[in-house]
Ligand binder design. Structure first.
Ligand SMILES: Cc1ncc(C[n+]2csc(CCOP(=O)(O)OP(=O)(O)O)c2C)c(N)n1
Ligand code: SF4
Ligand SMILES: [Mg+2]
Length: 351
C-alpha cells in the first residue's frame, strides 16, 4: 500500500556515502506494483545511482505523469520534491519548474503510454528545447495500469496476451529523441542494473536533455510469447554497444580497462564518462552515425542498448533564453516587478 512507510531503522553497519547517507536514505515507500514488475528494478537502479553520486535528496525534484511507471517516484527518494502530474503532461510541468528554479536536479519518470501515446507532443517539445533534466521512460509496450492495451511503442506484429496482433508501427523513443535534439540518449533494460545504474548517474550529471528508454517488461500483461517487450525477448535480442562508468570530478581517475577499449567523455560538470566499447566502431558523439547504427541493428532484429549519443558541451533552455541564475522565489519584489517604465520599454521593443 502506498501509505505504508518502510521502517526508519537502519542497521549501523550499512555502507555510507560521502554525505553520510545509506542506500536506505534514498528509498521511498513500499511499492504497490506487481511483484516482478520491471519498473521496481528501475526504481532500485535510481536509488543506487543517487546514492553513488552523493546526491543531496532535497536537491532533486522527481516528476511523473500517470501509469504504473508514473507511480514509482513514490517508491524512491522519499526525501526529495515530488509532483505526480496529469497523464502525458509531466514535461510541461517539469519545464515550468526548471525555469523557476534551475538549482534543483530534475528527474522525469514516465511510461510509454504517458510519453509516446497521449504525451507525444509534450515529449517532443521538452527534448527539442533542451530542458536540463533526466527523462526516463519505463517502456513495456502496453498501458499497464489500465490492463494491457497496446501503447504506441508496441512493435508492429507483436501479440497481446489475448493473441491480438498489433497492426500499427511502433514508435522508437530513442530514434525520436535523437532526431529531436536530445543531448544524451541511452537505452537499457530493467533486468540489467549493471548497465542501467551508471547510465542514470551519467544522465543526472549531464547538462541538457538526457533521455533513457528502459525496456521494462510488464509481467501482468506483456511478458508472453509473441511480445517483443518480454524478459525473454529482450534478453535474447539485446545488443550492448558499450558499458559505462562515471567518475565524478573530484575522484582520481583510475581504470581497470585495457587501453584501446575505452572512450573517455568529459562532461560539463567535470565528471568523466568512461565507455568500454563493445561494438568496436561505435562513436557515441556522432548523432548521425548513432541514428543510422540504430536503424541498421533494428533491421537485423537487435535491440541496441548503452549510451548511444552524448554531446558533453550541450546548451540548455536557460542558455537559450538567457534567464537569471537565481531561483525566482529568491528574487525581490523589485526584481520580479520592475515597474511601468520597464514594461513600456519591453512593449516599445516589440513594436
Ligand atoms: C487524460 C487521461 N486519459 C486516460 C487515462 C487512463 N490511463 C491511465 S494510465 C494510462 C496508460 C499508462 O500507460 P503507461 O504510461 O505505458 O504506463 P504503465 O502503466 O504501462 O507503466 C491510461 C490510458 C488517464 N488517466 N487520463
Ligand atoms: S500491471 Fe504491469 S506495469 Fe503495472 S505494476 Fe503490474 S507488471 Fe508492472
Ligand atoms: Mg507502459
Amino acid at each position: 500500500m502506498t501509505y505504508i512507510a518502510k521502517p526508519a531503522f537502519h542497521h549501523p553497519s550499512l555502507q555510507k556515502n560521502a554525505l553520510g547517507f545509506t542506500r536506505r536514505d534514498y528509498e521511498g515507500k513500499v511499492s504497490t506494483l506487481c511483484a516482478g514488475c520491471g519498473h521496481d528494478s528501475i526504481s532500485a537502479a535510481i536509488v543506487q545511482a543517487c546514492f553513488e553520486i552523493d546526491l543531496e535528496p532535497h536537491r532533486l525534484a522527481k516528476l511523473s505523469g500517470i501509469g504504473c511507471s508514473s507511480k514509482t517516484p513514490d517508491y524512491f527518494l522519499g526525501a526529495s520534491h515530488g509532483f505526480n502530474t496529469v497523464h502525458g503532461r509531466m514535461p510541461s510541468v517539469l519545464t515550468g519548474a526548471n525555469l523557476a528554479n534551475r538549482e534543483l536536479i530534475y528527474l522525469g519518470v514516465s511510461g510509454d503510454g504517458d510519453s509516446a501515446s497521449i504525451g507525444l507532443g509534450q515529449f517532443a517539445h521538452v527534448m527539442r528545447r533542451g530542458v536540463n533534466m533526466t527523462y526516463i521512460v519505463e517502456n513495456n509496450g502496453v498501458y499497464g495500469l489500465t490492463k494491457g492495451q497496446f501503447s504506441a511503442t508496441a512493435d508492429k506484429g507483436s501479440k497481446s496476451k489475448k493473441g491480438v496482433v498489433n497492426s500499427d508501427a511502433g514508435i522508437d523513443m530513442v530514434a525520436l529523441a535523437l532526431q529531436l535534439g536530445a543531448s544524451f540518449v541511452a537505452r537499457s533494460f530493467s533486468g540489467d542494473k549493471d548497465q542501467l545504474a551508471p547510465l542514470i548517474k551519467a544522465a543526472l550529471t549531464h547538462k541538457g536533455a538526457a533521455f533513457i528508454d528502459v525496456l521494462s517488461p510488464c509481467i501482468a500483461f506483456n511478458n508472453h510469447k509473441g511480445s517483443t517487450k518480454s524478459f525473454d525477448w529482450v534478453r535474447e535480442h539485446n545488443e550492448a554497444v558499450n558499458r559505462l562508468d562515471v567518475l565524478l570530478g573530484r575522484l582520481p581517475v583510475t581504470t581497470q580497462y585495457e587501453p584501446g577499449e575505452l572512450v573517455e567523455v568529459q562532461q560539463h560538470d567535470g565528471s568523466l564518462l568512461m565507455l568500454r566499447k563493445v561494438a568496436a566502431d561505435y562513436d557515441p558523439t556522432d548523432r548521425v552515425r548513432a541514428m543510422s547504427y540504430l536503424q541498421e541493428r533494428q533491421a537485423a532484429g537487435e535491440i541496441v542498448t548503452g549510451l548511444l549519443y552524448v554531446d558533453p558541451d550541450a546548451d540548455d533552455l536557460h542558455d537559450a533564453l538567457g534567464t537569471v541564475h537565481r531561483p525566482l522565489n529568491q528574487l525581490s519584489d523589485r526584481e520580479l516587478t520592475p515597474g511601468a517604465a520597464a514594461l513600456a520599454g519591453i512593449n516599445a521593443a516589440l513594436r
